[in-house]
Every structure is written in C-alpha cells, then in structure tokens.
Design a protein around this ligand. Structure first.
Ligand SMILES: *Cc1c(COP(=O)(O)O)cnc(C)c1O
Length: 341
C-alpha cells in the first residue's frame, strides 16, 4: 500500500468524477461556447454572490491575473512573507506585472490590519513604490493550513478602503477554511474584489482554478488570461470535474481535517518530535529534535514503509491529508508512526 501525503494535489479523479467528465457537453471555450465551462463559471460566481468568474488552468495563473488587474508596473503589493504569490509563483508578480512585494512578518501566514497599514508607502512620497494591492491567503499553505479570523479580514478591508488599495484573496484552499470554520462563501464575496479558488487541491480535480469578481474585472481577466496563454478549448471536460467536486467533495473535507488532527496527536507523543504546529485544516507542519532523529532518517523510515511526506526546508516537515488518503491508509500510517523511533 503506497501512501502519498506530500500534498492534496496527488489525488486521482474518482469514478463519479470521471463519469461526469466523460459525459460533459463541451464546445470551444475560446469562443465562449463551452456550456460546461459557462455553467461552472456561473456556479462559482453564484457561490460567492459575485457577478462573474473565469476558469483557469492553474491557481498561479488565476492569482497572476488578479495581480495584473489590480496593479500597474512599478507599484507594490503587500502580502505575508509566507504568501504563495511571493514564494511559489516563480517571481510572476515581477515578471508579469512589474510589481514588487512588500513582505509582512505575520503569524503562520496571516498579518494584522495594523501590520498592513504600517506597510503602506505614503502615496505622496514618490521615491517609494506606490502601494496598490493587498493579497491574502486563506487557508495559508506555508503557514500550515491556518484559517484567518474573519474580523481581521474585515479590518484589513477597511484599511484598503481608506488607502485606495485593491483586495485579492488567494483562496486555493478556501474550501477548507469554509468547512473548518463553518463560514458563508458570500461573506468572502462581499469583502474581496477578486478571489481565486483551486479545484486540484482538496477537491480532487485533475486541473483547474477559478477567479471570481465583478463582470468588469472578469472581462479584463479574460484578456489577461489570453495573453498568459491560458485560453483552453474543450475545457468543459475539466469544468465538469470541478462542478462534480463542488457538489460532492466540499463537505467531506472535514474528514481530512479529522485525520490531520489524529496524525498530529500521534506525532505529539513521539519523543523525537520537537514541535507540531496547531492543526486547523488538512496540513500538518512539524519539526524533529534532530539530536534524536534526523529528518533524513525519518523520511527514509517512512519510505521503507512506502509512505511519502515532504520536507519544507529549515528542518520543517509537512504532511497533507486528502481525498485519496483512506481510513485503511490512515490506520496503517498511525501504526507505522508509533513503531518508528
Ligand atoms: C497551490 C496553491 C496555489 C496555486 O497553485 P497551482 O499549482 O498554480 O495551481 C495558489 N495559492 C496557494 C496558497 C496554493 O497552495
């Protein structure tokens, strides 16, 4: 039994999802003629109570498009030092939009409204880049799947309004936050100008992200997506998977969260584990006491048992639970963990 816990992107489409894909009605989406893509875009817009949305091949492209919509070259966006848009999109903010990132030293990928306010360059001080965008990430990836306090997001929105800053949410794993905190997606739609969501993370799709916002913003986003090479033809096959995932795979995320909690409990009881970050959703970040067990030795023991997890650098290890991580695998993994040491 191979157990892959390196990411929630390793899932394969379920039989139900494959069936939805195979029977999808499709057309040429570059001509806006794919009924399934159109249906997905309407469904996501409605889910967030926003006007329109646009299907993308990846979350990075959706975020990069949002950054392009909200900024001009030379300007600066504000984000946490852990942000995906800064760390894991290949420098796209500078490559595509010519903007720099002002990094905030937040907590587990989350900043306070005060920190955001302090990071705004004075608009009349023309020597520094003009601050024009705040990017939030919920849940935080590098921050270990942490969920924001919605009240803080509202305070940051107020800072944005007072300082003419745009407000984008990288919601690759927003689904997990909505389930974990029992929140209403429409509250997020009210607060943010644009939101990106991923279908290939916890929801089990092979491909796909959506950017949601105003009709005007999405009309512009369509042009940016074209420039980035993100126009797809019979992408209804992929959109069908996303529709299926919204209908069948959101509520079950709580199962991934329970499993993550149980793994953390076992880790906490291993004497060579130094620290396990608090578990809020499906990501577990932890550190070993390297004097008792090195990360390499630990990873090797897991590999011997056909279990894969991933190192994040700086001595941190990561486990992510997901749709294809079954109860049988879970029981086996917990048992294996208890025998290591
Ligand atoms: C995965 C992820 C993305 C998008 O990644 P792609 O691989 O480009 O789809 C964006 N933001 C966060 C926080 C992510 O975890």
């Amino acid at each position: 039994m191979e157990i892959n816990l390196i990411s929630d992107t390793v899932t394969l489409p379920t039989p139900g999802m494959l069936d939805a894909m195979m029977t999808a009605k499709v057309g040429d989406d570059v001509f806006k003629n794919d009924p399934t893509v159109n249906a997905l875009e309407e469904k996501v817009a409605e889910y967030f109570g926003m006007e329109a949305s646009l299907f993308f091949p990846s979350g990075s492209m959706a975020n990069q498009t949002a950054i392009k919509l909200h900024t001009q070259p030379g300007e600066q966006l504000i984000c946490d030092k852990y942000a995906h848009v800064f760390n894991y999109e290949g420098g796209g903010a500078s490559f595509n939009s010519g903007v720099s990132c002002r990094l905030v030293d937040g907590n587990r990928g989350m900043m306070t409204a005060n920190q955001v306010e302090e990071s705004i360059n004075p608009p009349d001080f023309y020597h520094s880049p003009l601050s024009t965008l705040v990017c939030i990430e919920n849940t935080t990836n590098k921050g270990g799947g942490a969920c924001w306090d919605f009240e803080e997001l509202k305070k940051i929105k107020q800072v944005c309004d007072e300082n003419q800053l745009h407000y984008h949410l990288d919601g690759a794993r927003l689904w997990n936050a909505l389930v974990a905190k029992n929140e209403d997606p429409k509250d997020y739609g009210d607060l943010f100008e644009t939101i990106s969501v991923c279908f290939s993370k916890g929801l089990g799709c092979p491909v796909g992200s959506v950017l949601v916002g105003s009709r005007e913003a999405m009309d512009k986003a369509l042009r940016v997506r074209k420039i980035l090479g993100g126009g797809m033809r019979q992408s209804g096959f992929l959109a069908a998977a996303a529709i299926y995932a919204m209908d069948h795979h959101i509520d079950r995320l709580s199962e991934d969260h329970v499993k993550a909690m149980e793994i953390a409990e076992v880790l906490n009881n291993l004497d060579f584990v130094q620290k396990v970050e608090p578990i809020e959703t499906n990501i577990i970040i932890f550190e070993l006491d390297e004097s008792k067990m090195t990360s390499d030795a630990f990873l090797e023991k897991l590999t011997e048992n056909q279990i894969s997890i991933i190192g994040m650098g700086q001595g941190k290890l990561r486990i992510v639970t997901h749709l294809d991580y079954t109860q049988t695998m879970h029981d086996h993994f917990l048992k294996t963990l208890k025998t290591i040491g």
